[in-house]
Every structure is written in structure tokens, then in C-alpha cells.
Design a protein around this ligand. Sequence first.
Ligand code: FBP
Ligand code: MG
Ligand code: MG
Length: 323
Amino acid sequence: MKTFSQYLMVHSQENHIPKELISTVESIIIACKQISRNVRLGALSGVLGEAGTGNIQGEAQKKLDVIANQILIDTLRTNPNVAGLASEEEDNFVAANEQGGYLVLFDPLDGSSNIDVNISIGTIFSVLLKPSGSLKTESFLQKGSEQVAAGYVLYGVQTLLVLTFKHGVHVFTLNEQGEFIETKSLPQIPEQTAEFAINASNQRHWEQPIQKYINELLAGEDGVREKNYNMRWVASMVAEVHRILMRGGVFLYPKDNRDPSKAGKLRLMYEANPLGLVVEQAGGKITNSRENMLEIQPTGLHQRVAVVLGSAEEVGHVRELHI
Ligand SMILES: O=P(O)(O)OC[C@H]1O[C@](O)(COP(=O)(O)O)[C@@H](O)[C@@H]1O
Ligand SMILES: [Mg+2]
Ligand SMILES: [Mg+2]
């Protein structure tokens, strides 16, 4: 089994990955290990509970949202390869080093509602090349297909790192010495599945195609799909994506009519694009119900989107229902 450093050495040589990009990803992982130490200790490190502040998305921040965000910013700003950062928890982008060639975008803590109840949470990250010229918001507004690396660290029963440099996906487990060890390479999401994930409490707000789709699944063997489906809902997207990466499934957070001004709940730049790249690199699909997620031209740092991802057959079927 390869250590993370051994993997980086071999993978970067085989796939001609620039050392500046490797160094950028290494800094993200250093920060995530520090977040992991805080997560593990929970109440003992005083990180549980509300921060008493709100973010630009209008959401109440947990202490750990704020702590994880600060750890990532402080760590990444010291890396000369990082030109700028964008975070779910920051109003605007954060400038780092003028000479840097990379931009890092992150959801420092995904699954905030699960922090205080000891259910899996994670950090999601995305790396883009910095376009030439001075750094501005538009520098970050690149399609998901432009990402040069993406992944997540899942603080779950085990702490896992899942990473792609667009040459497949690699999975690492944090050992007792605090080192990530490669435990799975090139996982493939099965094309077919009988497991779905959706927050059904929003059912009355969904649009008609999603109502139809979920009704089909719930009808099981007696309906048009002619098979029984099982359901899961963790309420941490990062954990749902990991389950799907390991055994298939479909995850939906569709647009709903609670607030017609919002295209969805989840964020394109910090959640949908990075997790979408992982899913696509493992043979799955991701859409906003109508378009390929990774081909959407972003219009804002905090843009929200509808998300349907996972096993190709189900994602394809949801798209067809929207035509
Ligand atoms: O509480 P709900 O509506 O089920 O929403 C759960 C979703 O919200 C999220 O927690 C949003 O992420 P944050 O915790 O980063 O705000 C997703 O991870 C998850 O899929
Ligand atoms: Mg999130
Ligand atoms: Mg978050």
C-alpha cells in the first residue's frame, strides 16, 4: 500500500502533473488533517455548537464552519503557488500570493447540521488554474470541466481522502500515525442502482418531473421501473457521494418552489463541481436536471444549483423526464 507521498510521486510522474499543483494539493491536505484533529476531539476541543454568526448564504454558522474555514485560509495563504481562495463561508474571494498559478475553492465543512450529533461531515475542495491578469471574481468563474484537481476529506467512521487529478479517483485512509495510505484506486460507480437519496420532507415543493421520478421509485416492483428501491439520507452531501462512489446510487437535491429565486440549495463552485468531477472520473454522471453540471458557465461565486448525481442510468432517466 502506498503512502500519500509515494502515490503523489508516482502519479505525478506518470501523468505529468506540475509540482506546483502537487504542492497546492498537499497544503489542502495539511489543513484537512488539522481540521480532522478538531473534529475527532469534538466537545473536548470546544468546537461544537453555534458560532453566533451568519454567512453570505444567510445560513447560521457553526463554530466548526468558522474554524475549518480559518485553518484552510491560513494554511493555503502561506503556499506561494496559491494565488487566491474562495470559500462558502467568505463573502468575497481572498487574495493570496501574486505569483501563484492556482486558485483553490472550498466548502470547509459540509454537512454542518451533523457536526453536533457525530455524523459524517467533510471538506470539499476544487483547484483551478489562475487565468493571466489581475485576480478578480471572474478569475474563479470557470466551468467544472476546467478543474485541474478536486476531492474531499470525509471525517467519518474513518477519515478518508478522495482525490482526482483527472486521471481516475484515488482513496486514502488516515492511519494512527496521521498519514494517508492509499486503500482503493480507480473506484467505478456502477451504471445501475436500486438506492436513492433525497430529502423527502420537501416533496410538496418539488417540480413535476421530480415528483414523477420519485413516485416511480417508490412504486417499486409494481411500477414502471419494475424493481424495488431502497432509500438513504445522511444530510451530508459529501457522505452521500462517498456511499455512491463505493456502491452506486443516485443523489438528488432538486430545485424546489420554497424560494423561487433559488435554482437549488447546493453550491455550484464549492459542492457540485468538485464532487461532480470525482463522480465523473469514477464513471458516474452529474446534472442540474437539464445540463451536464461540469459544462455550466458560472455567473457567481456563491451560485446555487439543482443537483442530480450518481449511477449513469438513473441520472440519464431524470434528465429525460425534464425534456
Ligand atoms: O438539511 P437538508 O435540507 O436535508 O440539506 C442537506 C444538505 O445540505 C448540506 O448540508 C449543505 O452543505 P453545508 O453544510 O456546507 O451548508 C449538504 O451537505 C446536504 O446534502
Ligand atoms: Mg456543503
Ligand atoms: Mg459548508
